[in-house]
Design a protein around this ligand. Structure first.
Ligand code: GLA
Length: 388
């Protein structure tokens, strides 16, 4: 199966961790369907780790914990589907999941069959407790084949955090997304570290197998399983914008039932969702990155990754342009249109629409200048127009 855009949805881990249960999942599905989030494109409701009993049954199958999921998984899945949404679950390529529940190692085909019977549409597949001697690419190939032969279309969301140079082999496994970062926490430091680190992996993102920068922390406000300090509204905006610009899956991690208006407004930003989901599949690139020649080789200057200007060409000819302050002091990066193919000789310039305010502006002397407060960002959807 082909996945045509980075998946969007909700996952239980960031807020609920071990405390996941049927009630939370059903109420979250209700919320997504009724709050307008579904209409924005959020569709997968994903149960992360800690859903199973510690032991398999006599048929070697994993068993949903009856205290947490008293009606079993098919019931949950049917409910999620009845809301017009899709159902996601979690397992691991090792003997155990990261939280110590049964993993799928050597049970891949049995587990894939169960997932299919339960109506699963998306499987997050983690990488804890794998044998030292086995290679990641083989374990992901195994589960990919098991899913491809289970009789149901199931997205494979690989989660090996970039280990063993995942980016080099993940596409050949057939996975549809790959976790290109370590785990996120609800703090600016965490967001910044993941975003800056991702600049070196931009070229691996693309159609059919997307870089997954981990679940969103927007709206967590320091509460829940990975809640730390929490973030300001501006920081959550920058977080959402950079995930969208890079084309990461947009998987909400807060307790949606308690989400405030500010968080919902961020999560529903139509401009950013359109940019993330754009069908052109052109890779985003860092447009203010210097290219230097070192020892006869062209190398990228990573310094500008702390004040990156990301650019993505969109399918209707528009251009998404986003500038981000990752320096923490505020910064003033600038983009020369010539550098993205719109030099003076083309007779063209851009009309810039701010994705948060809808305000229009124009480059001056072929240059877009950004003045960014600490931790802030500025994102435009730009339309190519005639220069006057
Ligand atoms: C790993 C993953 C997380 C989460 C936990 C669950 O740390 O990277 O996203 O799934 O395991 O235990």
């Amino acid at each position: 199966m082909v996945v045509n855009r980075p998946p969007m949805g909700w996952n239980s881990w960031n807020t609920f961790g071990e405390n996941i249960n049927e009630k939370v999942v059903l109420e979250t599905a209700d919320f997504i369907a009724e709050s307008g989030l579904k209409d924005c494109g959020y569709e997968y409701v994903i149960i992360d780790d800690c859903w199973a009993l510690r032991e398999r049954n006599e048929k070697n199958e994993m068993v949903p914990d009856p205290e947490k999921f008293p009606h079993g998984m098919k019931y949950v899945s049917d409910y999620v589907h009845s809301k017009g949404l899709k159902f996601g679950m979690y397992s691991c390529a090792g003997t155990m999941t990261c939280a110590g529940y049964p993993g799928s190692l050597d049970h891949e085909f049995i587990d894939a069959k169960c997932f299919a019977e339960w109506g699963v549409d998306y499987l997050k597949y983690d990488y804890c407790y794998h044998p030292r001697t086995s290679q990641g690419h083989i374990l992901y190939k195994r589960m990919s084949l098991a899913l491809a032969n289970c009789g149901r279309d199931i997205v494979l969301a690989a989660c090996s955090w970039g280990a063993e140079d995942t980016k080099k082999w993940i596409k050949e496994t057939g996975a549809h997304t790959w976790r290109s970062t370590g785990d996120i926490f609800d703090s600016w430091e965490s967001i910044k570290n993941l975003a800056v680190g991702q600049m070196k992996a931009l070229e691996y993102n693309g159609k059919g197998c997307y870089n997954d920068m981990d679940m969103l922390v927007v709206g967590m406000n320091g509460e829940g399983n990975v809640g730390l300090t929490g973030c300001t509204e501006e920081e959550y905006k920058t977080h959402f914008a950079i995930w969208a610009m890079i084309g990461s899956p947009l998987i909400i991690g807060c307790d949606l039932r308690k989400a405030d208006e500010k968080a919902l407004n961020i999560l529903k930003n139509k401009y950013l969702i359109d940019i993330a989901s754009d069908g052109s599949y052109s890779q985003p690139f860092c447009a203010n990155q210097e290219i230097a020649v070192v020892n006869g080789e062209m190398v990228k200057d990573f310094d500008n990754f702390f004040e990156p200007i990301l650019v993505k060409f969109l399918s209707n000819g528009d251009i998404a342009i986003g500038a981000f302050d990752m320096i923490d002091d505020g910064c003033s990066p600038f983009l020369v249109l010539e550098d993205i193919g719109l030099g003076e000789s083309t007779g063209k310039t851009l009309e810039l629409t701010d994705v948060w305010t809808g305000e229009k502006s124009y480059p001056v002397n072929g240059t877009i200048r950004f003045n960014l407060e600490p931790h802030s960002s500025k994102i435009y959807r730009a339309r190519v127009i005639d220069a006057k």
